[in-house]
Design a protein around this ligand. Structure first.
Ligand SMILES: C[S@@+](CC[C@H](N)C(=O)[O-])C[C@H]1O[C@@H](n2cnc3c(N)ncnc32)[C@H](O)[C@@H]1O
Length: 261
């Protein structure tokens, strides 16, 4: 539920910069390896970069109140910081991918990103700015890629927008994936303390598991004596944030042979 339809540019914290810096280094190393491969194998593989949550190319700092509000991630403030998002970092590298796909479901954000990147002079004809849901585009990507196409995918959402079925389609493809799992915020809050599962559909599509399978991981049943006899009480497990990460990593290991813990 976004409060405005202007570019959604307000998100993240200081860790965002750290994450993007680490990612930039990784992309550079990836391109160095791919360039060597291309030299060795007659120009193969074709390299593709896919950013599923490309953003607007700018960011403002959220207040604490906004950070604490589950759905108000994107209240727009006028004051813009000097900010280098994932798209600008990747497009500014000296080494290049053969194709770039920047996806954002918000039309004004992707238009803003395209405009800013063009103004900076770092866009070429092989850059595509796509206004669509990431799940649709991952579907298209998975049908398009094969052994001769090496793809680096960045999925950096603020919430639980990625369906597990979209990740699953990348199985067996030549894909390196960087994915952000917002374990401490939205997912953990959706797993309510008493296991009422108010966001059942969202949790199921996110993990690609059914309600019972998810409950087994995050809830324990305790039997307590009451005036009416023995009753079952459901409690959320301690350490749920780490368990969310653990479970997602476990799921990823079913898709890729090498998954970083
Ligand atoms: C956390 S930002 C991405 C930031 C970007 N990686 C950067 O470094 O600047 C989230 C963006 O994801 C977009 N978004 C949200 N849901 C989406 C979806 N289902 N598919 C594609 N984009 C989505 C929002 O419009 C927003 O621009």
């Amino acid at each position: 539920m976004n409060k405005v339809s202007e570019p959604r540019s307000q998100w993240g914290g200081n860790w965002t910069e750290e994450k993007l810096e680490a990612f930039e280094k990784y992309v550079n190393a990836y391109l160095t390896i791919m360039t060597a491969q291309k030299q060795k194998y007659n120009g193969w593989p074709t390299t593709i970069y896919f950013d599923g949550f490309a953003g607007s190319g700018k960011r403002t700092s959220p207040s604490n109140e906004e950070e604490n509000n589950l759905f108000s991630d994107y209240l727009v403030k006028e004051e813009l910081e000097v900010y280098k998002g994932s798209a600008e970092r990747v497009l500014s590298l000296t080494q290049k991918f053969d194709y770039y796909f920047f996806v954002d479901s918000d039309k004004s954000s992707i238009s803003s990103l395209e405009k800013i990147m063009k103004e900076k002079g770092i866009v070429n004809n092989n850059c595509h700015f796509v206004n669509d849901d990431v799940n649709n585009q991952l579907n298209i990507l998975s049908n398009f890629i094969n052994d001769k196409k090496a793809t680096l995918v960045l999925l950096d959402p603020f919430g639980m927008q990625i369906n597990w079925s979209s990740i699953e389609k990348l199985k067996g493809k030549r894909v390196d994936l960087w994915i952000l799992i917002p374990s401490g915020v939205i997912i953990n809050r959706f797993l309510d303390k008493k296991g009422k599962f108010l966001f059942k559909n969202k949790l199921e599509s996110f993990f690609g598991l059914n309600e019972d399978e998810i409950k087994k991981k995050f809830y324990e049943t305790e039997q307590v004596e009451s005036l009416f006899g023995t009753i079952d009480i459901i409690n959320k497990t301690n350490d749920s944030v780490n368990k969310i990460a653990e479970l997602y990593i476990e799921r990823l290991k079913g898709i890729w042979n090498y998954v970083s813990d």
